[in-house]
Structure formats: C-alpha cells, structure tokens
Design a protein around this ligand. Structure first.
Ligand SMILES: C[S@@+](CC[C@H](N)C(=O)[O-])C[C@H]1O[C@@H](n2cnc3c(N)ncnc32)[C@H](O)[C@@H]1O
Length: 421
C-alpha cells in the first residue's frame, strides 16, 4: 500500500508526542512501513481514514507503537555495565531496587538478576522492575523463551548456569524470573511508580538515541527523579555524552557507560541535591503529569542544582591509552578521548577499537560525516566489529540512507547467528 509523504508527518508528530520517537532516528521508511502494515491490518483505505481510526481507538495507538519501536537487545549487552552495577552495590544497604527502562523483551532485566546472583547476592537482597512502552515486547519478556539471537556475546557460560531448554529455546530458571516485575510504561508519560522510594541503579540503555535533544533532556529529568541520590545510571554507548550535560559525572567504569549524580560525587552539595530531587519527584507526580504526555514543566535537573556545568574527573591518560580513551569518551570528554586514541595509534598502529571510539566521540557531537568515516575505518580493519556496525547503522538511518542501513542490519544478523553457536 502506498503512503503519501506529506501526511506521514502528522503520524511522525503523533509518535513523537506519544513516545518521544524522533523519526530522524529510525528513518522515515520505518514509519511509512508501520503505517502501511497497520492500515492493511484494519482494512482502511488511506491515511486519512487511519488517522480518524487512531484518534478513536486507544488500542490501535498501542498497535502502532508496537510496530515502530526497535526491540533490539540481547543478554549481557555491554557486559561491563553489569559489572559496574555489582561493584556499585557492594557494601550498600540492602535490599536494592533496580530498574530496567526500557526493558524491551526482557534480556536486560534478567541479565541484571543473573549478574547479582553470580555476584553472591541472595533473592531477598534485590528486586528488578522492568518497564517498556511496547505490550508486544512485554508479552515476549513474560513468556521468557529465548532463541539464538538473544545470546550474542562471546562468553555464554551464564546460559549453563541460569537457563533450561524450553519449547525449542532457552528459559531463565524460575529463580531468575521471580526477581523481575514487568510493567507497561512510558518514560515520557504518566509516572509509572507512585511510591516515594528511589532506585539504586537505573538502566536506561539504548532509548535516548531515539529522542531529539529536547526530549533527551526531559527523559533525563525523569530518570533523575527516579534515581536515588547515590544511585548509578547506565546508558548506552551512543548516549554516553548526554548524562554529563544533565547533572551527572562519569562513574569511571570503562565501557560501562555508567554515571552518578554530580552532587553525589561532591559531598558538600549532596543535601541541596536531595531537596531538589524531592521537588522533582513532586513535580513528576503532580496531576498535570497523570494524563497523556504533556510538555514538561521541569527544567533539566543540572541547570537548577549544579552551580556550574559539572566537570568530570579527568581520566588517567598515562596508562593504557585505549582504556583512557574509553574512560574519557564515557565521561563526555571527547577531545581527550580522541587524543588518547591517537596516541594509541601512534604507538601501536591503527586499530578497529580506536577508530570505533573516535567515531563514538564524533557521533556524540553530531559530527556525522566524521563519525561515519571512523566507523567505516573500524569495519575495514574488523568487519565483525558489532558496535561499529550498530552505530553506523543508526547513523545511516538518521541520514535517511535506508539501503545502507539495511545492508548493515543483514551483516549484524549474520553475526548474531554465527555468535550463537
Ligand atoms: C533498543 S531497545 C533497548 C533495550 C535494552 N535497554 C537494551 O539496551 O538492550 C529500545 C526499547 O525502548 C522501548 N521504548 C521506546 N520508547 C519508549 C518510551 N517512551 N518509554 C519506554 N520505553 C520505550 C521500545 O519499546 C524498545 O523495547
């Protein structure tokens, strides 16, 4: 079914308003295909009829959301994030509350539970809340039967420890599943959690990349209201430049993309920060926020609480330059990250990892041409470099190069299949 471009804009606007999705991040064709599929499913003749139908049927709005979201996830994606979580929690008061938002099809929250069991914590020591805006993804997560695509890492020993064979796939043991509670929710919609308790660790990974700058700020303000004063925030690699613009500093865990509140890192300002967190929580649960998504009356947290833009600690660049480059990129210090990667190249010659890291820094600064060039160099040296493939794909999607993005999707899925054996 053909879909006219002019009117597609209305739907792009609606999706942005409902779930924050910026059409530039996924590419216009993703939205056009979703619209065509949904019109066919409802046997509606054109976009005008579908628009009217959408306005009148809440369940169809959910169907459209399910059609456009990107569910890409796997167990222990970026394993260092889970290591940073267990290290952060060690020695702290139990039980811990952890949040995976968005949790997609459940691989991330189950990985959290497995990592905590592996670190020696008991079932009574923690609970994991898992939230996503897609009912389809949540149904998959609750059924919890996973195929090969969900196991992509090099080290799959965790599968022996925590899974059993079930209906042609693998299912986490009851013990793991019982730790996780799934809830339908929208990071930008009505407050999901109305209690006053905060989370000790929040995983908000690979969601902010689908938002525009303003919405990223709103999302971080929301997360700020949910995270305890001394909590740990984990984002995705392509998002690691954002938290430091909104009141966070790097937790200095290489490749974990982990952050703590700036005020928690500086003891003198902890109290004002707590008070501000209380104000933010009140603002988030105010009646105005209980309906559909509305423009947020909250300014980015850092602007009100931190006296100046927080300055993250400068990473040690005298040791392994590549580790330093990662730490600097993680801390949002992009110029330092690039310098350290260049030093590494000067000493050891070009490497895929260094090109990839430099690409990430340009990506975070919206220097798309430079970022794409670096990702391509990384892939020239290491054609199977998953992160470079994934980031270049997102970048091409943002630029509207759908054929290029599809080619990378095919390469990534071939890699997924190979990596599972
Ligand atoms: C790429 S997955 C990320 C999953 C996991 N955090 C990871 O990094 O592997 C993105 C998920 O975000 C969800 N999502 C999109 N917009 C959302 C919103 N406004 N609130 C909550 N979840 C959202 C989608 O349904 C999808 O499952």
């Amino acid at each position: 079914m053909m879909v006219e471009t002019g009117t597609v804009r209305h739907f792009e606007g609606l999706l942005q308003e409902m779930i924050g999705l910026s059409s530039a991040s996924v590419g216009a064709s993703v939205i056009r295909h979703a619209l065509a599929r949904r019109m066919a499913a409802r046997a509606l003749p054109d976009l005008h009829a579908y628009w009217t139908y959408l306005k009148e049927h809440r369940d169809e709005r959910q169907e459209l959301i399910d059609c456009v979201v990107v569910p890409e996830t796997w167990f222990f994606r970026d394993p260092e994030a889970f290591g940073a979580m267990t290290e952060h929690l060690r020695g702290r008061e139990r039980p811990f509350r952890l949040l995976s938002l968005p949790c997609s099809t459940g691989e991330e929250p189950y990985s959290i539970a497995m990592a905590l069991f592996d670190a020696g914590f008991a079932a009574a020591d923690f609970t994991v809340d898992a939230v996503d805006v897609s009912t389809r993804n949540l149904a998959y997560a609750e059924r919890a039967v996973y195929g090969r695509n969900s196991f992509r890492g090099a080290d799959l020993a965790f599968r022996e420890r925590h899974f059993e064979a079930f209906e042609g796939g693998f299912r986490p043991h009851d013990r793991v599943r019982q730790q996780v509670r799934f809830t339908l929710g929208n990071l930008l919609g009505p407050a999901v959690f109305t209690d006053r308790q905060h989370f000790d660790v929040v995983f908000c990974r690979n969601l902010l990349i689908y938002f525009d700058r303003e919405t990223q700020g709103q999302a971080l303000a929301r997360l700020n209201g949910m995270l305890a004063a001394h909590g740990l925030l984990l984002v995705g690699p392509g998002e690691s430049g954002l938290p430091s613009l909104h009141g966070y500093v790097s937790a200095r865990r290489p490749r974990a993309f982990a952050f703590v509140k700036a005020a928690a890192a500086s003891p003198v300002s902890v109290e004002p920060e707590r008070a501000a967190a209380r104000r933010t929580t009140r603002a988030l649960s105010a009646p105005a926020m209980q309906g559909r998504r509305v423009p947020m009356p909250i300014k980015p947290f850092a602007r009100r609480t931190a006296p100046v833009e927080p300055v993250p600690p400068v990473p040690d660049v005298t040791g392994d330059d590549l580790t330093a480059a990662r730490a600097a990129a993680d801390a949002g210090l992009f110029a330092e990250a690039r310098k350290a990667a260049e030093r590494h190249a000067a000493q050891y010659g070009p490497s895929a990892e260094a090109f990839y890291l430099v690409g990430l820094t340009y990506d975070a600064e919206n220097e798309e041409a430079q970022a794409a060039g670096q990702y391509r160099k990384a892939l020239y040296l290491a054609p199977d470099h998953r992160e470079a493939l994934a980031h270049l794909r997102l970048l091409l999607q943002r630029q509207g190069d759908e054929a290029g993005a599809r080619a990378l999707t095919r390469r990534l899925s071939r890699l997924g299949e190979k990596g599972d054996t």
